[in-house]
Design a protein around this ligand. Sequence first.
Ligand code: ZN
Length: 119
Amino acid sequence: MTAVQQPLAPHEREMIRDELLRSLTKLERSLKSSGAAARPRDLEQDTVGRLSRVEALQNAGFTKNLEAREKAQLEQILSALRRLEDGSYGACNGCGAPIPFERLQIFPETLACGTCARG
Ligand SMILES: [Zn+2]
């Protein structure tokens, strides 16, 4: 069992690649806009009162969390694209079995099969 398993047919790989590139474009656009909205300087200018300042900070925290999550997702997508190129894409990180194509269609950046992802 030394041969690299290629669990996906060429047209399936194409579909996954398209899907990953679509998500990538969407994320990059979203990251650009949220980055502009969450500048700390905007908070300094808030002099209305303590409550609204707290709200502003909470909103900034929320945006930051969202941004961190989107950045992590971006990393996962880029790594999936790399794996697609080097042929290691579609094998489960946990058990090594091919991840079902139906699952890859829904979660193209996933590293684990349904069983391993549930723990
Ligand atoms: Zn697995």
